[in-house]
Every structure is written in structure tokens, then in C-alpha cells.
Design a protein around this ligand. Structure first.
Ligand SMILES: [Zn+2]
Length: 381
């Protein structure tokens, strides 16, 4: 396997206030763990610098006025900073802008584009884009929730517009619902958006009956789950809802909104996934990409605010993309909970909502009817 790691030090230049959770250190920790493991020199890993997304590429999902507004805001901070002004300024809800934020943001959006080009040209099999600012809350006309441009949405449209792909799937396991990604493709049958997230929680969208509209009805799948949900629920949702929905849709490319704020150590999210749990979920996605679309898979960084947990998860994903299956974990399992949601009922309901009841995957193991018959025989037989 050949994996591209796409990163640029410009991502450290998007500066937020002291107490803000989206810190430049997130990138540094992830790179330090990869470096510490000597994985940057590892066979099969190709480091690529992202190109900047063009205004036209951004404008496939964002309003042109808004793109200009981001650029102008960054320029203004730079000008004021020269005369002693602050390094970072409030721009939109929870979102700040510094002098080089626009440059960072267009490279963050350009990273998955660089990945798609490398994959489509056959130079690499898959890619991890270690980027910030994140993207999945940035709507067409505004920044929101730490995000300036919707990196994964820009990438999905690029694959469709540039390579003529007809079906792209986005899997979003960030702890937050990707409201903007959903909105941008809500009526677009070419993009299947699957999100599993904490609810009730920011940003408040992502109910299970939000399923798309018009021609896109059925190509939005939301799995809202209560806080403290862990792997024992995520795994069956992935295998019994996400995977069959993916097979039915038959994507030509898989994109992942890779947020690790559902990690039990995360200061923002309330979910109980461990790094090993993230590893197994990512393994399911990689298997699916191999089975459905020649392994074409691009992971794009979203959230993840515990520095160690996020860095471990990034290294784990890179390891898995390279074909290994070990997790990089020094934090251990999630705390245990006193109660669990009834996963069987949840799965049955999700399969009903998304018309997957009775759907069997082509490669699903067949039940051994003979063995089942033997097992139901009574004591006299
Ligand atoms: Zn998040």
C-alpha cells in the first residue's frame, strides 16, 4: 500500500486565542508522534505538500462573497497587527481569524484535492490529510464552529467536477454532526453523507429523520447517539447500517471526516471510543473502500482536542492506511458505563428508516441452515 500524508506548516499559522481548543499544537503533536515512531521515513508513506484550493473550487460549495470576506478579514488582521493589533480576531461563532488564516484555510481545502489527484493518477492508494482549520461546520455563506471552508465538501465536488465521478460517499465520525456537509449535499444524489454523532449536542442538527430531499432523498444518513456511547454500539452501526448503505450506493471514492473528539479523553465530546475502537472502525472503512472502490480513500482531519488522543488516532489511521492493523495507544480503554442503549432496537430502527430491512451484503456470510436445524432439535431427537 502507498499512503500520502498531506500536511503543511502553514496550518500552524491559523492562530486562535489562548483558551481555544483548536490549537496549532494539535498538528505538532500528531507530527511528533509520527516522527517519534520513525513513520515519516516508512516504506510506502509519501509526504505531499497540499496545493491551495482555487476560488472556483471553493465556490463549488461556498458563496463567492463569503470567500472574499475570509480573505479580507485575514488581510485586515495582518494590517492591524503591523500597528500593534491583536494576533487573532473573532470572526464567527467560536471561530477566529489571524493574518495567515486564509492561506491555511485554502491549503486545508486543497489538501484532499491534492490527495484525490494523487489517487486518481495512481501515484498512491489512499491518503491522510492532517489539516486545520477543520471544515464540516462551515456553511455556504458563513464560518461556524472553528471551520472556515468545508474541506471535505470541496473535495467531494472536486472529484465529481474534475474526474466525472457520479457517486462519492462521505463518512463522518467526528463527535459533532457535520451540518454544513449535510446541507451542501442535501438534495444531491451524487453524494452519500453518513454521520454518526453525539446528540443532543452542538450544532443541533443530524436527527435520524433528516434523510435528504428531492433527488437527494435517501442519500443522507444520520445516527445520533447519547453521550457515553462506545464501540459496542458504533461497531454494529458501522457493519449493519453504514456498510450495507455504502454497498447499495456503490461509491467510486470514499472520503472520511476524521474527527477524534468522540475519544473518551476528549475535553469537548462525551463519547466513549478508545483509540483501539477508532482503529477498528477505521479498519471497517478501509475494508469497505477496498471492496467497493479499489481502496480509494481520503481521510480529512476534523476535530479531536485531547492532544495525545488525537495524535495517537492520527498515527493509528496512518498505520492502518499503510496496511497494518495495530493501534498506537497509551491511553487505554474507555471508562465503563452502568447502562447501555439497546443496540438491536437501534439497528432495526435505522435499517427501517433507511429501507435496509432484509438487505444482505453481497459478501455477507451465509447462515449455516443445517447447523441451525441441528441446534433446534429437542432433547428426544
Ligand atoms: Zn467535532
Amino acid at each position: 500500500m502507498t499512503t500520502a500524508l498531506i500536511y503543511d506548516p502553514i496550518f500552524l499559522e491559523h492562530i486562535t486565542p489562548e483558551q481555544h481548543l483548536d490549537k496549532p499544537e494539535r498538528m505538532q503533536w500528531a507530527m511528533d508522534v509520527l516522527r517519534g515512531l520513525n513513520w515519516l521515513e516508512r516504506e510506502g508513506l509519501v509526504q505531499l505538500a497540499p496545493r491551495a484550493a482555487t476560488v472556483d473550487e471553493l465556490a463549488a460549495v461556498h458563496e463567492r462573497d463569503y470567500i472574499q470576506k475570509v480573505e479580507a478579514a485575514a488581510r485586515k488582521v495582518a494590517e492591524k497587527q503591523e500597528s500593534g493589533g491583536r494576533k487573532t480576531r473573532f470572526f464567527a461563532t467560536d471561530t477566529y481569524i489571524s493574518a495567515r488564516s486564509y492561506e491555511a484555510a485554502i491549503k486545508a481545502a486543497g489538501a484532499p484535492i491534492t490527495a484525490i489527484d494523487a489517487i486518481m493518477k495512481g501515484e498512491v492508494n489512499n491518503a491522510y490529510c492532517l489539516v486545520r482549520p477543520p471544515g464540516h461546520h462551515a456553511v455556504a455563506e458563513s464560518a461556524m464552529g472553528y471551520c472556515l471552508f468545508n474541506n471535505v465538501a470541496v473535495a467531494a465536488r472536486y472529484a465529481i467536477d474534475q474526474y466525472g465521478l457520479e457517486r462519492v460517499m462521505i463518512i463522518d465520525y467526528d463527535v459533532h454532526h457535520g451540518n454544513a456537509t449535510q446541507e451542501m449535499f442535501y438534495e444531491d444524489p451524487r453524494v452519500l453523507y453518513f454521520s454518526i454523532h453525539q446528540a443532543p449536542f452542538y450544532p443541533g442538527t443530524g436527527l435520524s429523520d433528516e434523510r435528504g430531499a428531492g433527488a437527494g432523498l435517501g442519500t443522507t444518513i444520520n445516527v445520533p447517539l447519547p453521550a457515553t456511547t462506545g464501540y459496542e454500539t458504533y461497531e454494529p452501526v458501522f457493519r449493519q447500517v453504514m456498510a450495507p448503505a455504502a454497498e447499495r450506493f456503490d461509491p467510486q471514492l470514499l472520503l472520511v471526516s476524521a474527527g477524534f473528539d468522540a475519544h473518551w479523553k476528549d475535553p469537548l465530546g462525551g463519547m466513549y471510543l478508545s483509540t483501539a475502537g477508532f482503529a477498528r472502525l477505521t479498519g471497517i472503512i478501509i475494508e469497505l473502500a477496498q471492496y467497493l472502490c479499489n481502496g480509494r480513500l481520503v481521510m480529512v482531519q476534523e476535530g479531536g482536542y485531547d492532544l495525545q488522543a488525537m495524535a495517537n488516532c492520527v498515527a493509528t489511521c496512518v498505520n492502518l492506511l499503510l496496511g497494518d492493523d495495530a493501534a498506537v495507544d497509551n491511553l487505554g480503554p474507555a471508562p465503563t458505563t452502568k447502562w447501555r442503549i439497546n443496540t438491536d432496537v437501534l439497528i432495526a430502527e435505522l435499517r427501517r428508516i433507511h429501507k435496509l430491512t432484509g438487505y444482505r451484503m453481497r459478501n455477507a456470510p451465509k447462515p449455516d441452515i443445517e447447523r441451525l436445524r441441528r441446534e433446534v432439535k429437542g432433547p428426544d431427537a
